[in-house]
Design a protein around this ligand. Structure first.
Ligand SMILES: O=C(O)c1cc(=O)[nH]c(=O)n1[C@@H]1O[C@H](COP(=O)(O)O)[C@@H](O)[C@H]1O
Length: 233
């Protein structure tokens, strides 16, 4: 597969257990995501270890800080040679532009994307933290702002993908976590969708964690997702 659609979210507290899973996967079948848990425990060295096995890495640290701090953090991610890195769109225009500008001198910069509204959030929780906008409207607002700032795409739930695709070009990446196979538990996710529905709705990449990592047969699950997506091509 030239451009695998699945990004496997590696959220483990043990390096060895994580590597035992990674050994079953191949860079042609998926990319890998390292997030806050593993990066805080095992640091950049672990990212390099996975890269040395040929995997492209989405460094999911969701930077959200003052523009200068986020710009420097994004440069640190670029120096690490990751494929993708993210910030929170709610950090605002100046923060996102600073992050984008910080990558301008890199010949092959990571894809820079922004989180709109976390896929674990549901409408009442958004209201509770002070947003009076409808959830889908808030996603749309932040996606438009992200595009205006020149970033490569957004993280959103696949439930919003079709709506966003109405005015965002194919080249603008919609990276969608909250992917669940039918009948699987939603866990702490709230806005979920199956892999094929997500792709149909316009997702560019699917972030899949527990449905693969907690499965007794992770490779079988990954291969069956890839096969179902391939059928749609
Ligand atoms: O940026 C992300 O990757 C992300 C954004 C979001 O809105 N929701 C979300 O679940 N994620 C990440 O995607 C992964 C989803 O994992 P599972 O719920 O196990 O499939 C986790 O590593 C989350 O940190």
């Amino acid at each position: 597969m030239q451009d695998p659609k699945v990004i496997v979210a590696l959220d483990f507290n043990e390096r060895a257990r994580c590597l035992a899973l990674v050994e079953q996967l191949t860079p042609t079948a998926c990319r890998l995501k390292i997030g806050k848990e593993m990066f805080t425990r095992f640091g950049p060295e672990f990212v390099r270890e996975l890269q040395s096995r040929g995997f492209e890495i989405f460094l999911d640290l969701k930077f959200h800080d003052i523009p200068n701090t986020v710009a420097k953090a994004v440069q640190a991610a670029a120096d690490l040679g990751v494929w993708m890195v993210n910030v929170h769109a709610s950090g605002g225009r100046r923060m996102m532009q600073a992050a984008k500008d910080a990558l301008s001198d890199y010949p092959n910069p990571p894809k820079l994307i922004a989180v709109t509204v976390l896929t674990s959030m549901q409408p009442d929780e958004l209201q509770e933290v002070g947003y009076s906008t409808e959830l889908a409207q808030q996603v749309e607002r932040l996606a438009k702002l992200t595009e205006q700032c020149g970033l490569d795409g957004v993280v959103c739930s696949a439930q919003e993908a079709a709506q966003l695709r109405e005015y965002l070009p194919e080249s603008f990446l919609l990276v969608t976590p909250g992917i669940r196979l039918s009948h699987a538990p939603e866990d702490d996710q709230r806005r979920i969708m199956t892999p094929t529905d997500a792709l149909k709705a316009g997702s560019s990449y699917l972030v899949v964690g527990r449905p693969i990592t907690q499965s007794a047969e992770p490779l079988v699950v990954l291969e069956s997702i890839n096969a179902s997506l391939a059928k749609m091509a």
